[in-house]
Design a protein around this ligand. Structure first.
Ligand SMILES: Nc1ncnc2c1ncn2[C@@H]1O[C@H](COP(=O)(O)OP(=O)(O)OP(=O)(O)O)[C@@H](O)[C@H]1O
Length: 380
């Protein structure tokens, strides 16, 4: 799609998908039962294979807020897909309950399941488009299967194609589309039934970074303007940081930790979360790491001090406070500050020739954590 990938989509031009949450104000409802879109309660999943039973999920209890974007992360094999697929019963939970907008998914008859699945759209990493059908044919298919009259199909398909930025592409075949355009077709197909929930299984993993950003913008737009709750699996932590309100970290089929994205990212508690977030850590610059010693070997060496902040509502390091302690032989050698959901978090590396205890007490109060990483020669 080239430049078109960056088109900002205005969703206000199309009919809102059946009033569900924010559109109708339900997302602000004081009734907590109405504020939950998906409730997993003690969910377990066991696969019986010829090699024995695999306990993919154990005792998963989490709520997904209506109108939120909810990230599911975890290492390979942690149970992310199994959990996501219990929502539209592509996999049936073998224990506990999955309640979607008040419907206990496990109790649905086959007929009711067909109707229910129209309320839950899904998009996939590899788009799952039918190559012999045009864009129009792919997007219209769920409506044709549901027996919707042709005129209405035409109207709804052109609405969603406009929504995802694919006007004029209805006659193209998937082989003629870029990865980003194919995923837009996948999103249009998922939205054409006017779902209340959208499940995304690694929806951006096959896309380049620029296209990923444009698809994330589109998902955010859909979530905000149409109030659709989004459950999203990804292995890209930058995707979670970019769009998820809440996140659950799975490990070995269980919940390792769950919470607001900014809290989990700024203060990861579980080893699995720390491992997943490691690539986002700035690390120690190589030239400094190479010269770092664990003990002060002679008085010329300066202590390398790490200040980390975030997760406590602190708005970053105040320059005024920093200025009070800097100036006396303190050098900033690396600094990173970022914001998630309006909360600052980050890390700063400093060197100082002050005595360890003096240095630590000086920087205490400036950050949430202060520690000496080692000692370097004074020519850093
Ligand atoms: N249909 C199946 N039959 C048997 N075992 C399965 C099936 N689907 C998943 N599993 C097993 O269940 C466990 C969880 O798999 P799942 O695909 O849910 O994890 P995941 O976190 O999504 O992994 P990945 O990131 O690699 O896709 C794994 O041990 C997997 O091998």
């Amino acid at each position: 799609m080239g430049g078109n990938e960056l088109t900002v989509i205005s969703v206000s031009r199309v009919e809102p998908i059946e009033a569900t949450s924010r559109e109708s104000g339900e997302g602000l409802s004081p009734n907590p039962a109405r504020a939950i879109a998906v409730s997993f309660d003690g969910v377990g999943k066991t696969y019986d294979t010829h090699k024995g039973s695999i306990h993919a999920l154990k005792g998963i209890t989490i709520d997904v807020a209506r109108g939120s974007i909810f990230g599911i992360i975890g290492r390979s094999g942690a149970g992310k897909s199994s959990l996501l697929r219990t929502v539209n019963r592509l996999e049936t939970a073998t224990e506990g309950s999955v309640v979607v907008d008040g419907v206990d998914v496990r109790s649905l008859s086959d007929d009711d399941l067909v109707t229910f699945r129209r309320r839950v759209g899904m998009i996939f990493q590899h788009f799952n488009l039918l190559s012999a059908k045009t864009v129009w044919g792919n997007v219209a298919l769920p409506l044709i299967v549901a027996g919707v009259p042709k005129l209405e199909i035409d109207e709804r398909v052109s609405d969603v194609l406009r929504l995802v930025g694919l006007e004029g592409k209805q006659d193209a075949y998937p082989s003629r589309l870029s990865g980003g355009q194919k995923q837009r077709v996948g999103i249009a197909r998922a939205l054409v039934n006017r779902p209340e929930i959208l499940l995304c299984d690694e929806a951006t993993s096959a896309l380049d970074p620029e296209t990923t950003l444009s698809i994330l913008e589109l998902l955010k737009d859909i979530n905000r303007s149409l109030g659709i709750t989004i459950l999203l699996i990804t292995h890209e932590m930058s995707v979670v940081r970019e769009i998820c309100d809440d996140v659950v970290v799975l490990e070995g089929g269980q919940v390792a930790e769950a919470g607001k994205t900014w809290e989990i990212f700024s203060k990861p508690a579980h080893a699995a979360t720390k491992a997943l977030l490691k690539p986002l850590e700035p690390g120690i610059p190589r030239d400094i790491a190479d010269r770092l010693t664990s003990a002060r070997e002679h008085f010329h060496q300066r202590a390398l001090i790490e200040l980390t902040y975030g997760g406590n509502g602190r708005e970053g390091i105040k320059l005024q406070e920093l200025a009070r302690v800097v100036g006396s032989g303190v050098q900033i050698v690396q600094s990173m500050v970022d914001r998630i959901q309006g909360h600052a978090y980050g890390r700063m590396l400093l060197t100082t020739n002050a005595d360890d205890q003096v240095a630590l007490s000086r920087f205490e109060g400036l950050a949430d954590n202060v520690r000496i990483l080692g000692y370097v020669r004074d020519d850093v």
